[in-house]
Design a protein around this ligand. Structure first.
Ligand code: AMP
Ligand code: MG
Length: 493
């Protein structure tokens, strides 16, 4: 029998530790209520993660609370101060400009989770912004965080999505506003450390580092230099995270240091995309004119971001030790990427020649702009039969170019003891049927703008278990429509 205590919104166990830090780490701000709010979607899995009983959550109450009309007992909303490097340039004027940390909740497993309301209104860090998030970008963040979770890629989650009649100006036109309630253990960004480092508040930086050690990296406290151990752990997690992005064709698009989570989760979704066709120079943000955050740049740019974080730790750790950790990043990234590609290829043993096999496949993907995620999915069922071969070949403009690679792949498979069925079962876990393509998000946005939230909710379930076939939405596993290529994403959100 399940004896787990389930809470209501009124009995959530708030225990706010960040507000116990010195006052200049944040500003207390209450949400500015949004007009005529309505619930668009509730993620019942995230409700359970918070030990909330979904049956007790009414749409009306969720809309009231998460549009800022009512505060929760124990919440203590703050805007966190941070800075960061945006497109390579240091910006001292950042901070939560439209999101508020409502508080921290301890669930029944004893896990501490931040509740962050994105789109909650202006704060002292809003600069010229209106403090709002529009429905379009809120749907994109809401759906992709579940999709990433479904793929096993570390990510922030979201409890619910609330719409409103209020409008905000974006790219010269009015759009409806919304909020997303973001849930994650960590809202500390690389930029939090940069704030104290560049404002020369070294004592505060140590306070922040100690807070993070205790909350996120308690094992590091046992090490000779806990700060160095923490940086090692951040580097290891981040290298693995980027390897997963590269392995699934995910373009984050705005890898500024203020969008880098200290615990190695994908954080702050903007004009991201999963590539429909493999093009390493894909830029997913139309405002990124130089392609700083193009798909192929991500491993290097994240290395650069880690160097920014390392720099802030210079008062706590020897430079040589930090540099040694930074120098270990490329190999850690390569290893994590190779491990993932082996899984996606169904290679259950490791051989040295696998690196070349992977490289040659990526080269083929690049030359023929292959839809990598559909390719891997079809590879699950590849057993050498004519039918399975045809299915793979259909994904290439010049199918003959695959012959040589496939021959080597088949030979490679014969050198591992596992059966085709064992391999297929493992591959099914990592090669999903569904991935959140931009056009799918766009269809959900269009329907929601017309007041129909079915697709938002259906995509949430579909992407939560992306390897499960789904008859109703089978077409989302097929080739994207022609208009998908014309979708234009900008930073505006
Ligand atoms: P982002 O591009 O979402 O990572 O945001 C970069 C910075 O701009 C952060 O400090 C945000 O809080 C702030 N910001 C983004 N949009 C708005 C907005 N509509 N109003 C106020 N601040 C914003
Ligand atoms: Mg951000």
């Amino acid at each position: 029998m399940n004896t787990m205590i389930m809470h209501t919104l009124d009995t959530l166990s708030f225990d706010n530790s960040y507000t116990e830090l010195p006052e200049h780490f944040y500003q207390r701000v209450s949400p500015t209520p949004l007009k005529s709010p309505y619930l668009i979607s509730l993620n019942t899995e995230v409700a359970r993660l918070l030990s909330l009983d979904p049956c007790d959550l009414t749409p009306e109450r969720l809309a009231e609370v998460f549009a800022g009309h009512e505060s929760l007992p124990g919440a203590d909303p703050i805007a966190m101060k941070y800075t960061g490097h945006q497109f390579g340039v240091y910006n001292p004027d950042l901070g939560d400009g439209r999101g508020l940390l409502l508080g921290e909740v301890i669930n029944e497993q004893g896990e501490r989770l931040d509740l962050h309301l994105k789109g909650a209104g202006k704060t002292p860090f809003s600069r010229f912004g209106d403090g709002r998030a529009v429905l379009r970008s809120s749907i994109r963040e809401y759906l992709v965080s579940e999709a990433m979770h479904g793929l096993g890629i570390p990510t922030t989650r979201a409890l619910c999505l609330v719409g409103s009649e209020e409008l905000a100006m974006r790219d010269g036109r009015m759009e409806p506003c919304a909020t997303v309630l973001r849930v994650t253990p960590c809202h500390v960004r690389f930029g939090h450390f940069e704030y104290f480092y560049y404002s020369r508040r070294h004592d505060d930086l140590k306070v922040l580092a100690d807070y993070c050690l205790e909350r996120y990296f308690p094992d590091c406290l046992q090490q000779d230099n806990p700060y160095l151990a923490m940086f090692k752990e951040v580097t290891a997690r981040t290298a693995k995270l980027v390897a997963q992005w590269q392995g699934y064709g995910f373009v984050h698009a705005v890898l500024n240091t203020d969008n880098m989570s200290l615990i190695g989760e994908t954080f702050d979704y903007g004009p991201y995309s999963f590539m429909d066709s493999y093009k390493p120079n894909t830029i997913s943000n139309q405002n990124d004119h130089k392609g700083r955050y193009a798909f192929a740049q991500q491993p290097a740019v994240v290395h650069w971001n880690l160097a920014c974080l390392a720099q802030t730790l210079l008062t706590l750790v020897d430079k040589e030790a930090l540099v040694a950790v930074l120098d270990s990043y490329p190999a850690q990234y390569e290893q994590a990427f190779l491990d993932l590609m082996r899984q996606r290829l169904g290679l259950l043993t490791a051989e040295e020649s696998d690196t070349q096999l992977v490289e040659d496949l990526l080269q083929l993907f690049t030359q023929q702009a292959v839809d990598m995620n559909r390719f891997f999915r079809r590879l699950n069922g590849f057993d050498g039969s004519e039918d399975s071969l045809t299915k793979l070949m259909q994904l290439l403009q010049n199918p003959a170019a695959l012959n040589d690679w496939l021959l080597r792949y088949e030979q490679r498979l014969t050198r591992q003891p596992q059966s085709h069925a064992e391999r297929a079962e493992q591959m099914n876990q990592v090669n999903p049927e569904f991935i959140l393509r931009n056009y799918m998000a766009q269809e959900a946005i269009s329907a929601a703008t017309e007041g129909d939230f079915t697709l938002v909710n259906d995509l949430l379930s579909l992407l939560r278990n992306p390897s499960e076939p789904n008859k109703q939405y089978a077409y989302y596993a097929e080739s994207p429509p022609d208009w998908a290529g014309a979708i234009c994403l900008t930073c505006s959100s």
